[in-house]
Design a protein around this ligand. Structure first.
Ligand SMILES: *Cc1c(COP(=O)(O)O)cnc(C)c1O
Length: 374
């Protein structure tokens, strides 16, 4: 399946087979825990419809988005009766009906939302929900004093099924951080006091912390899409995306010539520079200016000068013959989303969710190894 502009200089290949393989790897690692799939932000920028259907085929039956509208969109493109869809960012007054209409469930993040859902369920019939506990991140979910209050007033949650009791880890990518053990202990304590069907704590990184964090379900996002769960070990996930772009122009400049805005790069010797038709308007982060690299003819080539809106410049002196129209690999097996993130001073998540709308997108269907229609 191909989508996006026809004559785009940049081509983004999304390997659904690799996503399915990553789901299988996570199932194996987390076993006997079950594996939900986080598909918020358009499946981390990769396209919620093809990605979610791929994950369903791979066995996923529980999906999470961040926003209600994302969940409504997901229900429309994943019309499977047995797929459960949860909304991490909660429910607000007036939205309850939309949850029921589209068969979604909210992640209730405070006592007010719990009361709202209980009142709605009393009128609408038995529904279920997740409850999120803040065990040490101070971001979203019932803070500790609300957990205590709920445990003392259990009838506040008696009118619906708490199918999932969840929490989220702050430092799971740092295995030695003391907060990991503290959050696990607080979650175990709360689990013992609050009725629920399944407990769920780990996202991508915490799956690799150990059995104590895996509970009944795990809830990965970025690892499904090839991101490294932890920086301190080899990445066990398969790379999912490849981004290549057309070279628009090639020139040889003399020593002393500067390249790009701000003249931030000055050639020390005669240098061959290739100009590529991708820029920060495509989500290629400007913070990678002068630090990123790419691959041309299998050779790593360094970026020179700043990232422009629609253009990048690389020193291709060492890369052999090169001409306008040739393609350069910006992201691929030799230069992963995490490599580019390191160069840009960010995380792979931001590289993925920044991928712009101007690329031609080609999906490689799971099980075919090639770009046949879905
Ligand atoms: C985004 C998110 C996830 C998925 O996190 P990854 O690090 O991408 O695996 C899981 N749970 C919550 C609450 C999230 O916000």
């Amino acid at each position: 399946m191909e989508t996006g502009p026809v004559h785009a200089p940049g081509e983004l290949i999304i390997d659904l087979g690799a996503i399915a393989a990553n789901y299988a790897t996570l199932c194996e690692t987390a076993s006997p825990s079950a594996v939900a799939a986080v598909v918020k932000a358009d499946a981390y920028g990769l396209g919620i419809a093809p990605v979610s259907n791929c994950l369903y085929s791979a066995g996923a039956r529980l999906f999470f988005t961040a926003h209600l509208d994302e969940a409504i969109a997901l229900r429309a493109v994943l019309p499977r009766a047995d797929a459960e869809i949860g909304v991490l960012n909660g429910v607000f007054p007036g939205e309850e009906g939309a949850f029921a209409e589209h068969r979604l469930f909210p992640v209730l993040n405070d006592l007010g939302q719990i009361d709202l859902w209980q009142t709605f369920c009393a009128a609408a019939g038995a529904l279920f929900a997740a409850i999120q506990l803040d065990t040490g991140m101070a971001r979203l979910g019932l803070p500790p004093y609300e957990i205590d209050r709920l445990a003392a007033e259990l009838d506040r949650m008696a009118g619906f099924e708490t199918r999932y009791l969840i929490s989220h880890m702050a430092c799971a990518d740092m295995p030695d951080h003391p907060l990991n053990e503290a959050q696990r202990a607080r979650f175990d304590d709360a689990r013992a006091r609050l009725p629920h069907r399944h407990a769920m704590l780990a996202a991508s990184s915490a799956i690799f912390l150990g059995e104590g964090w895996r509970c009944d379900f795990v809830r990965p996002g970025v690892a499904l899409y090839g991101g490294r769960p932890r920086a301190d070990m080899p990445n066990p996930m398969r790379q999912v995306i490849q981004l290549s772009a057309r070279i628009l122009q090639v020139r040889t400049i003399d020593a002393g010539t500067t390249v790009g805005y701000g003249a931030s790069y000055r050639a020390q010797k005669r240098t061959k520079v290739a100009t590529v038709g991708v820029g920060y308007a495509d989500g290629y982060l400007r913070s990678a200016s002068g630090r990123a690299s790419a691959f041309l003819n299998g050779v790593r080539v360094p970026m020179v000068g700043r990232v422009s809106m629609d253009l990048l410049t690389f020193d291709v002196t060492q890369a052999g013959p090169v001409a306008p129209g040739d393609r350069i690999d910006l992201i691929g097996p030799d230069h992963t989303i995490d490599d580019l993130a390191d160069e840009a001073g960010t995380i792979g998540y931001e590289i993925l969710t920044s991928l712009g709308k101007r690329y031609r997108r080609r999906y490689i269907a799971a099980g075919t190894g090639e770009g046949s229609p879905l």
